[in-house]
Design a protein around this ligand. Structure first.
Ligand SMILES: NC(=O)c1ccc[n+]([C@@H]2O[C@H](COP(=O)([O-])OP(=O)(O)OC[C@H]3O[C@@H](n4cnc5c(N)ncnc54)[C@H](OP(=O)(O)O)[C@@H]3O)[C@@H](O)[C@H]2O)c1
Length: 394
């Protein structure tokens, strides 16, 4: 029986993973080792009972008594805190889903790779923050990282059986997010609720806002560079409002392989779960005649400054990704809390990066976890300072 663990099981990706596992036989077909959640204790315990998990871990030690109570007489062990989440990744499992949101997902994913596990990676922030370390750890242990981001899963599938040396360019598609058709001058006043109204994808709150600002696509440019090892100048972004083509690979002979499908994350999750096989998935089939038209437009860098900022990050490489992601997380927190406006998020990140590149070692290789975590911490401080300044003047 295959064994698996899911980090971030109570989130959007986590729940869709559970859905596929239940459809494939649940506890009769898979042995569930570890499940982790954040604050949603009731749901974590419910899934742990459903899949008969060995251990369930929540993020905050203050929630441990509630988790213990919810798991009473279930046979599932309870634990809490970042250290316990990291230790859950030490437990042997054939397949590990990394679906915690944000930089908190880095350490458990890294620990799973250090044990040679197959890692289904939804947590793009790990690759952005510590891509060099993650890829080197996977290579050293013979561990496989299977991309779960829909774009990277699409590229991975388009590259099957191909020589990476024959790749001329990778074209990441972007929906443009909830505000893509707003007049530019109105963006500064966009509210959280308006930025959350994504036209195509149902996702967690943070990634949905990041889609509207294109910080999500900026992270994906960095992720593409780290995962596929391609020259960043060969990575393009195109706005494709229908979200039917999930990304494309252009080859030396001019051919372009495009991956198409309905916008449903159970496709890339299921692909990673069944890889290298393909199994039937409960996703809507495309009706091409009904779709009729697919459209594309070049992204406007004034509307999406995050796409401009990420180019400098991939040029510097090293710890710049850790700084970019951490500053972005702080800016997003401030926007969600009402402290800064929608367009101020890019201002916060740019100011933090400018200050860091003036004095600190952004270009140092991201090969040691301590360096990555130190840069993450420093960038959060710089971004908080920048957000406080913008909040006062805005
Ligand atoms: N959703 C998508 O369609 C999609 C697509 C591509 C990539 N991704 C990536 O997949 C990851 C997950 O996204 P999501 O949309 O599923 O996020 P989400 O719905 O917000 O879920 C995040 C998960 O992480 C847990 N969590 C939050 N903070 C934590 C912390 N400090 N320590 C431990 N656990 C914590 C949450 O727990 P609680 O809910 O219990 O608090 C939840 O289980 C992100 O990296 C995202 O960029 C998502």
């Amino acid at each position: 029986m295959r064994s698996l663990s899911i980090f971030g099981v109570t989130g959007s990706i986590g729940e869709q993973t559970v859905d596929l596992i239940c459809r494939a036989g649940g506890a009769q077909a898979f042995r569930t080792v570890a499940l982790t959640g954040g604050r949603n204790i009731a749901r974590l315990a419910e899934i742990a009972r459903l899949l008969r998990a060995e251990i369930a871990v929540c993020a905050d030690p203050a929630d441990l008594p509630a988790l213990r109570e919810a798991l009473a007489a279930s046979g599932t062990e309870a634990a809490a805190g970042p250290q316990a989440i990291a230790e859950a990744a030490d437990r042997p499992a054939d397949w590990v889903m990394s679906a915690i949101v944000g930089a908190a997902g880095l350490v458990p994913g890294l620990r799973a790779l250090a044990h040679g596990r197959t890692l289904a990676l939804a947590n793009k922030e790990s690759l952005v923050t510590a891509g060099q370390l993650l890829m080197a750890t996977a290579a050293a242990q013979g561990a496989r990282i299977l991309p779960v981001d829909s774009e990277h899963s699409a590229i991975f599938q388009a590259l099957a059986g191909e020589d990476i040396a024959a790749v001329e360019r990778i074209i990441l598609t972007a929906s443009g997010g909830a505000l893509r058709d707003w007049p530019l001058e109105a963006l500064a006043r966009a509210t959280v609720a308006e930025a959350l109204a994504h036209p195509n994808w149902a996702m967690g709150q943070r990634i949905t806002i990041d889609s509207a600002s294109m910080f999500n696509k900026a992270l994906e440019v960095i992720e593409t560079r780290e995962y596929f090892g391609i020259d960043p100048d060969r990575i393009e972004v195109i706005v494709h409002p229908e979200s039917i083509i999930h990304s494309m690979v252009g080859f030396a002979d001019g051919a372009i392989m495009a991956h198409m499908g309905s916008p449903d994350m159970r496709h890339p999750i299921g692909y990673a779960l069944n890889w290298p096989a393909r199994a039937p998935l409960p996703v809507a089939r495309l009706d091409l005649a009904q779709l009729a038209t697919l459209t594309f437009r070049a992204p406007d860098l004034t509307r999406y400054p995050a796409l401009r900022l990420c180019r400098e990050v991939v040029r510097i490489h090293g710890l710049a990704g850790a700084a970019f992601n951490a500053a972005k997380e702080v800016a997003l927190d401030r926007f969600l809390a009402g402290g800064i406006g929608f367009m101020d998020m890019a201002g916060v990140v740019e100011t933090a990066l400018d200050r860091l590149s003036a004095g600190e070692s952004l270009g140092k290789a991201a090969t040691a976890l301590e360096d990555v975590l130190a840069m993450d911490h420093l960038a959060r401080t710089r971004a908080a300072e920048a957000a406080a300044m913008i909040g006062k003047t805005g």
